[in-house]
Design a protein around this ligand. Structure first.
Ligand code: NAD
Length: 499
């Protein structure tokens, strides 16, 4: 392992909620915050009780009603949002450090990806806010019909542990850009960076109460938040089972809901592809972020004519991936986020074997790095798409390779899934590419490229991958409602009842 710089930033001893611009909660149920690199407790999370959730929602509601944020001019809100982005840039090393220590995501990934993305989320929505237009119809004689966009109110924003700040900040930026207030509930596993971000929001000029934070277990804090009558809408990113519970509760309150859930995304490699590029893309697609990505290309479908060449190179490079301390800038794969998750990922090796799959490399917890929660980057060759490792989201550095013969088979296999989040296709044959765009049923198709995001465009899935979309106009539609106003251009004659 190469030299890792000593810790430069302090980690708070206790992490609490953040309501009305201040940290809350002197006491309550406590959870350990663990560094997955060595299993050490690095902080204590004080859970927000339902009473504290109530205080957070009331704070957000008061901020919304008195208009301290939503009634500011667009220019003023844009300036504050740009200031948030600037502060993220200033504190990028600290935020990356907190996220790395808490989640085990390698520093290189945080520094190049997730932390700049956090700043970008705010700059993007600041710009978007200055550009989008309402609608006006003038076909009804004597009238102008205006369609305005109004903020919905108080948003509950619930996030997962695999990209805590990048994903939560996308929700916060989308919600507050249009004048909403919000209460965030990050994963109880990874509260550190989001908690620090709350302070930066206030420092940048977001009025206290506009963005509040509650922390704790999903079944306690999360459920209290979704069910709270003061919450108007819910944006959730997380697992499919959790989404079912949240849907039931949000449905009870008729609250609009956006669900960004899991995937088992197909990465289709045709013999007509530039194989070297496809292998680069396949490795990134499954092993970035320690394999803990909703949009992982975790089902690698390879045309039989290039299967042997693909496997030889993919496995050799997988074996060379640098596993180690996530703080080390050279590390490519860090520990998984928590022990139970690592053990769950590891359990899929036996699941794969039981279905007749061949383990090509990896397949074990990394004993040399115990007590950290490391798992060797793993590739298995499944006999066909019916294997459980083709059907279930594993959410770790675990690639499943499946052969196919024809394009028809490839697209049928890609679509034969409970999920439909994203997909990747590699081919230099234009007609095959065009068929992929039309035949694959998923919220996104990346063609001859690894994952890249354009925040203007919608992102989201179908089937068990959720519904609703995030991204410029899609976020605007979710976080606002349309209000129609009719203005007469000449005063209309009014029939006089009872005259
Ligand atoms: P999870 O569903 O266990 O938890 C997500 C969040 O929901 C956490 O904050 C948790 O505390 C909270 N929660 C749990 N039960 C709740 C309840 N009953 N009421 C309210 N809140 C509750 O998911 P996870 O394990 O943290 O994250 C991994 C999952 O997230 C994977 O399935 C992954 O694919 C998915 N994900 C999807 C996207 C996307 O954009 N589609 C992005 C990242 C992760």
């Amino acid at each position: 392992m190469s030299q890792v710089p000593a810790a430069q930033f302090s980690i708070p001893e206790r992490v609490t909620g953040f309501v009305e611009g201040r940290c809350t909660g002197a006491g309550g149920y406590e959870l350990e915050v663990i560094h997955p690199g060595d299993g050490r407790r690095i902080a204590t999370l004080v859970e927000s009780s339902p009473a504290e959730v109530d205080a957070a929602v009331r704070s957000a509601r008061a901020a919304f009603e008195d208009g301290r944020w939503r009634r500011q001019t667009v220019e003023a809100r844009q300036a504050v949002m740009r200031q948030v982005a600037d502060l993220v840039d200033v504190h990028r090393e600290e935020l990356a450090y907190l996220e790395c220590m808490n989640s085990g995501i390698p520093m290189r990934h945080l520094q190049r990806g997730q932390i700049p993305r956090t700043a970008h989320n705010f700059r993007f929505f600041a710009e978007f806010l200055g550009q989008h237009a309402g609608k006006m119809y003038d076909q009804t004689e004597g009238y102008l019909t205006l369609v305005l966009r109004e903020p919905v109110g108080v948003a509950a924003l619930i996030g997962p542990w695999n990209a805590p700040l990048a994903l939560t900040s996308m929700k916060i930026a989308g919600a507050i850009a249009f004048g909403n207030s919000c209460v965030c509930k990050p994963s109880e596993v990874t509260p550190l960076a989001v908690a620090r971000f709350m302070e930066l929001l206030v420092e940048a000029g977001v009025p206290p109460g506009v963005v509040n934070l509650v922390n704790g277990r999903g079944g306690v804090t999360g459920e209290a938040l979704v069910a709270h009558p003061g919450v108007d809408l819910v944006s959730f990113t997380g697992g499919t089972q959790t989404a079912r519970r949240i849907s039931a509760s949000a449905g009870e309150g008729l609250k609009p809901l956006s669900l960004e859930l899991g995937g088992k995304s197909a990465n289709i490699i045709f013999e007509s592809a530039d194989l070297e590029r496809a292998i680069d893309g396949a490795l990134l697609g499954i092993f970035s972020n320690n394999g803990q990505q909703c949009l992982a290309g975790s089902r690698i479908l390879v045309q039989r004519a290039v299967l042997d060449r693909f496997i030889e190179s993919f496995v050799a490079r997988t074996r060379r991936l640098r596993l180690g301390d996530p703080l080390d800038p050279a590390t490519e794969i860090g520990p998984l986020a928590f022990r139970a998750h690592r053990d769950r990922v590891a359990s899929y090796v036996e699941v794969a074997r039981a279905d007749g799959a061949q383990v090509l490399c990896g397949g074990q917890a990394e004993a040399a790095l115990e007590p950290g929660f490391f798992f060797q980057p793993t590739a298995v060759l499944a006999q066909d798409n019916r294997a459980r490792v083709c059907r279930e989201e594993i959410f770790g550095p675990f690639a499943t390779i499946v052969p196919f013969d024809t394009a028809d088979q490839a697209f049928a296999m890609a679509n034969d899934s409970e999920f439909g989040l994203v997909s990747y296709v590699w081919t230099d044959h234009h007609p095959t590419l065009m068929r992929a765009l039309s035949d694959i049923r998923a919220g996104m198709v990346w063609a001859n490229t690894p994952m890249t995001r354009d925040l203007r465009a919608p992102f989201g899935g179908i089937k068990s991958s959720g519904y609703g979309r995030e991204g410029g106009e899609s976020s605007m539609k979710f976080y606002t409602y349309e209000k129609t106003a009719m203005l007469p251009t000449v005063l209309p004659a009014i029939p006089r009842l009872g005259a």
